[in-house]
Design a protein around this ligand. Sequence first.
Ligand code: SF4
Ligand SMILES: [Zn+2]
Length: 183
Amino acid sequence: MTTVELPRIPRQVPDWHAQGACQLFPELDWVEAKGPAALACRVVCAACPVRARCATEALERGEPWGMWGGLDRRDRKAIALEYGFPLPAVLPEHGTNSRYAKHECRCPECTTAHAVYEADRRATAREKAKRRNLWLDPPVVEQRRRVGRRWVEAGQYMLPLPGIVQIAERRTTPSRPYLRLVA
Ligand code: SF4
Ligand SMILES: [Zn+2]
């Protein structure tokens, strides 16, 4: 599979982020707060004017990190289980096919990554089909010639696996009814 390096495009930050009360408390640990620090975050969230949106959006995207709307990961997991939100989980990066296919992200980067993945997959499938067709419709030797230590007669089929010594009387296509390989 071809790996493609895609440019990172910044995610769009919703307008309401600017109204979050947490903007006024950058000294608090909003990502891994525990114990009293987590309580301080919850107190700030409780008075935040955009608390409902913050919590809802974090639940909808299965946010794995930090405190959102006064809910930490454990709170969000409990709510997700009860109300059918996606479970908080670390998702593959944007710009990957797995984020598109397994997690149904349709952002431009994931869509591009999926298109590249699909094109690559189809090209590989075409290559495979081409190799298979050599067996169904193998090239024929036009003139007697030497191949390694033996002679190949005119009219003999050339198959892609030189190690195979004999396949006798095998039906192929109607125009070439039988295939005989001789050691
Ligand atoms: S609810 Fe809490 S985390 Fe969300 S924006 Fe308000 S203060 Fe920040
Ligand atoms: Zn995406």
